[in-house]
Design a protein around this ligand. Structure first.
Ligand SMILES: [Zn+2]
Length: 494
């Protein structure tokens, strides 16, 4: 197996992905976003004091664009933007705005040499819109008249019209489109249509969710119209499943359940502690539903009779193993010294592993192929990743000059080392071939999979004695038994 160098790049990307995903879920820190761009703190972290986010003065200067001056003697901070003048005194809750006194809920403080200012008190007077996302502890700020963040789409409104007199906050300006060739759906200068009463037309691409329900078995999500397909993320410590429904918003009835943009539903499901939901993002509008689990559980999407309904069964996590018979059909793999194909050895051995392992009812065995079919490597990877399996084992036969003999076991990602060691120890004992060690390589199926994944090169098909053993039924049985023993040992199945 030869792989181009970009595999390494892909590998690095894969390593980065889960880190970001987890980072975005960390409950401890307050995250700041300006026009949906994450702001990072180099100095003191923003934090919450009496329900107010306080931030280093730099955020006010750089992100809100205010001018800040400091009077050391009076410990006074003056913040100016356009025609707004705000004066604050450190450790005092009294603010002076354009000459008028106002009381703040939280006083500015000095922390580790940083002046920390109440973010929304200042920002809201300087034309910044705020949105608090309680699920992720994020402050989303939106600046309207920024030259580099002009809206590229028309303002989105739910159009429910229940507050025609109240000007609703306009949709946040979107950041520059990632694909500059994509024309905006509505030009920013498009004349407003049908909003003489202050009611903007609903965005036909945004579907309103009117039901989020967890029964003793299923999670049911219903939209007024449109099909629902969430992206799903499983997280541990604590165990939870995160469902993001793109192009959706909560309808009025669900909106009413929100406190600080986070809603909660009790659970009757034996595996779920509670259900949380929120209007998670604006661009695209995304409803996030989180199931806080009591232990390890999986979801399985059901085919719903209603196109606008999405249902998933939440069930106990079952150990699942993918057995991958290398090569297939037009990809025969290595040619053995007597002219046999690697794909036949791998399939025969993989099927023996399947049969043996499936005898243990605690395990679900999934085969990438069960016959002489060609399956691209990326499909083998996505098959395992999409099914969120626990283990991945790929079976191969090796080839080199005819004197080379022995068993090799490959892993790529560090989390696969333990599994590789168990597999190798068992399979070397079973083959009796020379021990050519556990090795690291960037074979696609063990690199791009997201669970512990190992590729075993049982022996050398280019070597006369290895090869003659490898096509014998009894030898394959022995190898299969050793692989099953390794899987069970690794999964702690006594
Ligand atoms: Zn191979």
């Amino acid at each position: 197996m030869k792989f181009p160098a970009f595999c390494l790049f892909l590998f690095v990307c894969m390593l980065l992905l889960p880190t970001y995903a987890l980072g975005a879920e960390s409950p401890a820190a307050i995250k700041l976003f300006m026009n949906e761009k994450r702001l990072t703190s180099t100095e003191v972290e923003p934090r919450i004091v009496s329900g107010n986010t306080i931030v280093p003065v730099r955020i006010i200067v750089q992100e809100i664009g205010a001018k800040v001056t400091w009077d050391q003697a009076a410990r006074k901070v003056t913040i100016v933007k356009d025609d707004v003048n705000i004066q604050l005194v450190i450790d005092s809750k009294t603010a002076v705005i354009n000459g008028k006194k106002e009381t703040m809920e939280v006083a500015p403080i000095i922390e580790n040499g940083n002046t920390m200012l109440p973010l929304s008190f200042i920002g809201s007077r300087m034309g910044i819109e705020f949105k608090w996302d309680g699920l992720t502890s994020s402050v989303h700020m939106f600046k309207k008249d920024d030259t580099d963040s002009k809206p590229v789409t028309a303002p989105v409104d739910t159009g429910d019209g229940n507050q025609p007199g109240t000007p609703k906050p306009t949709a946040p300006p979107t950041v520059a489109p990632t694909k500059p060739t994509t024309p905006p759906t509505v030009p920013p200068t498009a004349p407003p249509t049908g909003d003489e009463n202050g009611i903007k037309p609903p965005d036909p691409n945004v579907h309103l969710l009117n039901l989020i329900q967890l029964t003793e078995k299923d999670l049911i999500v219903n939209a007024k119209d449109g099909a629902l397909t969430p992206t799903v993320l499983k997280l541990s410590n604590p165990n939870r499943i995160v469902f993001d429904f793109p192009n959706t918003k909560l309808d009025e009835s669900l909106q009413k359940l929100l406190v600080n943009n986070a809603g909660e539903l009790p659970s009757k499901h034996p595996l779920v502690q509670k259900v949380r939901f929120s209007n998670f993002a604006d661009n695209p509008a995304t409803v996030r539903i989180i199931l806080d689990l009591k232990g390890a559980a999986d979801y399985k999407a059901q085919t719903s009779k209603l196109p606008n309904q999405w249902t998933a069964t939440i069930a106990e996590h079952q150990l699942t193993v993918v057995i991958d018979a290398g090569h297939g059909d037009q990809d025969p793999g290595a040619l053995s010294i007597t002219g046999k194909h690697e794909k036949e050895f791998t399939l025969a051995t993989a099927k023996k592993v399947e049969k043996l392992l499936a005898q243990d009812k605690r395990v679900v065995v999934m085969m990438t192929r069960s016959d002489d079919t060609f399956i691209p490597l990326d499909n083998r990877v996505s098959f395992a990743n999409d099914n969120m399996v626990d283990l991945f084992l790929s079976i191969h036969g090796n080839s080199a000059k005819s004197t080379v003999t022995g068993t090799e076991t490959y892993y790529n990602r560090p989390e696969s080392i333990d599994f590789a060691n168990v597999v190798h120890q068992k399979v070397v004992a079973a083959t009796g071939f020379p021990d050519r060690k556990v090795r690291q390589a960037d074979f696609r199926v063990i690199t791009k999979t997201t669970m512990p994944a190992v590729l075993v090169e049982v022996g050398y098909l280019s070597n006369k004695s290895d090869e003659s053993a490898m096509y014998k039924e009894a030898f394959q049985d022995k190898v299969a038994a050793s692989l099953v023993a390794a899987i069970k040992e690794y999964l702690n199945l006594k």
